[in-house]
Design a protein around this ligand. Structure first.
Ligand code: FMN
Length: 204
């Protein structure tokens, strides 16, 4: 498939068919993740696949942001939003934050080595390992699209508890949790951004 078509095809999907994901596709996708650039040439990334539904539930129990938001919480969250597409996204996404992780045929936890504890990071340079893992994540999202698969990046709030629940070594962090599968519902309209308005020449 043409690269630019894949870029267009990639979208965040939160509702999945029960159809299982073929193992060979998943392996190709993860391997594409490992081809991404990394700041120190080390690609210090690890993948945990949460196969067992009971394990998923245990993990979700310690991850406070992974609950399906009530209508009251959704109202509070979206109340002051003026951008209609942003609001629409939250209205559709917030009620399924837990469900998407329990119903997806695959759930991938992406970990990365964080040599300096977050509290000791003072410059963006210190966050290079975090920047690098997002290169890996984007490769994975694009590779999923190339395979006809979809996912969405869920960022955990409380990684301490999550790390403990998943037995993740101290010097590793969780970058994202990605439910993966074949899409069930039509996606939310993507906000279009004009390239012309984003470009600057010689100075901002
Ligand atoms: C850093 C980051 C964090 C995100 N966190 C969440 C999240 O916690 N839950 C969720 O449902 N989607 C999450 N998303 C997905 C965004 O909502 C989505 O990318 C955005 O609405 C644009 O839609 P698109 O990916 O279909 O283009 C996240 C995306 C990024 C890049």
């Amino acid at each position: 498939m043409d690269f630019y078509e894949i870029v267009k095809k990639r979208r965040s999907i939160r509702e999945f068919q029960s159809r299982p994901v073929e193992e060979e596709k998943l392996l190709r996708v993860l391997d594409a993740g490992l081809k991404a650039p990394s700041h120190n040439h080390q690609r210090e990334w690890e993948f945990i696949l949460l196969k067992n539904i009971e394990r998923r539930k245990e993990v979700l129990e310690v991850e406070p942001s992974s609950h399906d938001f009530s209508s009251e919480e959704i109202n509070d969250w979206t109340e002051g939003m003026t951008d209609q597409l942003e609001k629409e996204m939250y209205l559709k996404a917030l009620p399924v934050q837990k469900r998407m992780l329990l119903s997806a045929p695959e759930v991938l936890v992406i970990c990365f080595k964080m040599r300096k504890a977050l509290g000791n990071c003072k410059t963006l340079f210190d966050l290079n390992s975090f920047a690098s893992v997002w290169c890996c994540i984007e490769n994975i999202l694009l590779a999923l699209a190339a395979e006809g698969l979809y996912g969405v990046t869920k960022i955990p709030y409380d990684t301490m508890a999550l790390k403990k629940a998943l037995n993740i070594p101290e010097d590793y962090e969780v970058a994202a949790i990605i439910p993966i599968g074949y899409p069930q519902k039509h996606v939310i309209k993507q906000k279009s951004v004009s390239l012309q308005q984003k470009m600057h020449f010689d100075r901002w």
